[in-house]
Design a binder for this molecule. Structure first.
Ligand SMILES: NC(=O)c1ccc[n+]([C@@H]2O[C@H](COP(=O)([O-])OP(=O)(O)OC[C@H]3O[C@@H](n4cnc5c(N)ncnc54)[C@H](OP(=O)(O)O)[C@@H]3O)[C@@H](O)[C@H]2O)c1
Length: 324
C-alpha cells in the first residue's frame, strides 16, 4: 500500500474548513494535525474532522514529527514567516495565496525551499482547475485565433466586514488586490504572459485599505481588462475574445465548472465539474511533486509565483497601496 502523506493545517479559519473537506477526497492524504492560536478552537476543529492532533500554537505543529506537509491558511502578512519557519524545520509547504506580501518575501521563501530542499507551492487552486486548464490548452492551440481581448473580474461586497479582520485590515495584507485581484491578474498571466505595460487605478477605505482596483494589461495585440473590488458584487465571469471566436467562463470563474465557446454564431457548452470544491487538484499536484522528489511544481512554479507578485507589486506602486 502507498504510504499516506501526512498533512498539518495552520490557521483554522474559513478556507481551512473547505480545504480539509477536499483533503479527505485525496486517497493518499491524511490529516494528522491542526493548529490554532487558541487550543479550544483547535480541539473543536479536530473533533469535527477527526484529526488526531490539535495544537494551541502554530510552533507545536511545525515541530511535530507526524506532519510531512503544512498547509498555511492564515492572513497574508503571516505567510512568509510561517512558511520559512516550517521549511527550516524540514516541512514541505503549501501556502495560501498570495505566497508573500511582496516580491522580497516571495524571494526569501523560495531561497528557504532551496536551502532546505523541501517543496514549496502557492495554493493557487485555479491553476489546477480542469476547466481553466482546458481553456488554456484551447487558447494555446489557436482554437479562437489570436486573443485580442480578455476580461476577468472578481468582486463581492465586503464593506460591512470587521475592520480588524483580514479582509479590510491593511496590516494583515487586507484590500482587494492581494485577496481577489490576484485571480484576474493570474488569469491574464497564465494565458497571455507578462504584459508590456500596466495601467491601473485604485480607491481606498477611510482606514487606508484598498477597496477597488481596475487594471489594463497591455500586450502587443491584446488588452486584458481586470478588476477586483469589495464595494459591490460583480458578475465574476471571464471573456477571452479571439479573432476566430470567444470563450466564456461563467460565474464564479475562478472555481470554474465548465466553459462556453462561441464560434461562427454557434455556442457550445462544456461542463467540467470539479471533484469536491476544487482544492482536490492542488493537493494532488503536491503529492505528485513529492513522489517525484521535486521542490516546486512545473504547473505553478516558483518563478510563476515571483512573476505574479511582481505584477501585483507594480499595481501597488502605481496606486500607493500599502500595508502598514
Ligand atoms: N483558495 C481560496 O479559495 C481561498 C479562499 C479564501 C481565502 N483564501 C486565502 O486563505 C487565507 C486565509 O483566508 P480565510 O478566508 O480562511 O481567513 P479567516 O477566515 O480570517 O482565517 C484566517 C485564520 O488565520 C489565523 N490568524 C492568525 N493570525 C491572525 C490574525 N492576526 N487575525 C486573524 N486571523 C489570524 C486564524 O486562525 P486561528 O485563530 O485558528 O489561529 C484565522 O482563523 C488567506 O491567505 C486567503 O487569501 C483562499
Amino acid at each position: 500500500m502507498k504510504q499516506k502523506i501526512r498533512w498539518g493545517i495552520i490557521g483554522l479559519g474559513n478556507i481551512a474548513h473547505s480545504f480539509v473537506k477536499d483533503l479527505a477526497l485525496v486517497e493518499d492524504a491524511v490529516i494528522s494535525a491542526v493548529a490554532s492560536r487558541g487550543a479550544e478552537k483547535a480541539k473543536v476543529f479536530a473533533e469535527e474532522y477527526r484529526v488526531p492532533l490539535a495544537f494551541g500554537s502554530y510552533e507545536e505543529l511545525l515541530e511535530c514529527e507526524e506532519v510531512d506537509v503544512v498547509y498555511i491558511a492564515t492572513p497574508h502578512s503571516l505567510h512568509a514567516n510561517l512558511s520559512i519557519m516550517a521549511m527550516d524545520l524540514g516541512k514541505h509547504v503549501l501556502c495560501e495565496k498570495p505566497l508573500g506580501m511582496d516580491k522580497r518575501e516571495v524571494e526569501r521563501m523560495i531561497s528557504s525551499a532551496k536551502k532546505n530542499k523541501v517543496f514549496l507551492m502557492e495554493a493557487l487552486w485555479s491553476r489546477f482547475n480542469p476547466a481553466i486548464r482546458k481553456v488554456k490548452s484551447l487558447v494555446e492551440s489557436g482554437e479562437i485565433g489570436n486573443v485580442t481581448y480578455l476580461h476577468a473580474d472578481f468582486a463581492f461586497y465586503a464593506m460591512d466586514r470587521d475592520l480588524q479582520g483580514r479582509v479590510l485590515n491593511p496590516k494583515l495584507g487586507g484590500g482587494s488586490l492581494l485577496d481577489i485581484g490576484i485571480y484576474p491578474i493570474f488569469l491574464a498571466y497564465l494565458l497571455l504572459g507578462k504584459p508590456d505595460e500596466i495601467l491601473s487605478t485604485s480607491d481606498f477605505h477611510t482606514n487606508g485599505a484598498e477597496i477597488q482596483t481596475s487594471m489594463i494589461f497591455k500586450y502587443p495585440h491584446t488588452h486584458a481588462i481586470l478588476y477586483s473590488g469589495f464595494n459591490s458584487k460583480s458578475e465574476m465571469t471571464v471573456q477571452i475574445a479571439g479573432e476566430k471566436g470567444t470563450i466564456v467562463i461563467p460565474n464564479r470563474w475562478h472555481q470554474a465548472q465548465g466553459y462556453r465557446i462561441n464560434k461562427e454564431n454557434e455556442e457550445k457548452v462544456f461542463n467540467l465539474p470539479t471533484h469536491g470544491k476544487g482544492y482536490f487538484y492542488e493537493i494532488e499536484e503536491v503529492h505528485t511533486c513529492l513522489a517525484e522528489g521535486k521542490i516546486e511544481s512545473d504547473l505553478w512554479s516558483h518563478q510563476n509565483s515571483l512573476d505574479l507578485i511582481g505584477l501585483m507589486d507594480t499595481v501597488r506602486n502605481q496606486n500607493g497601496i500599502n500595508f502598514s
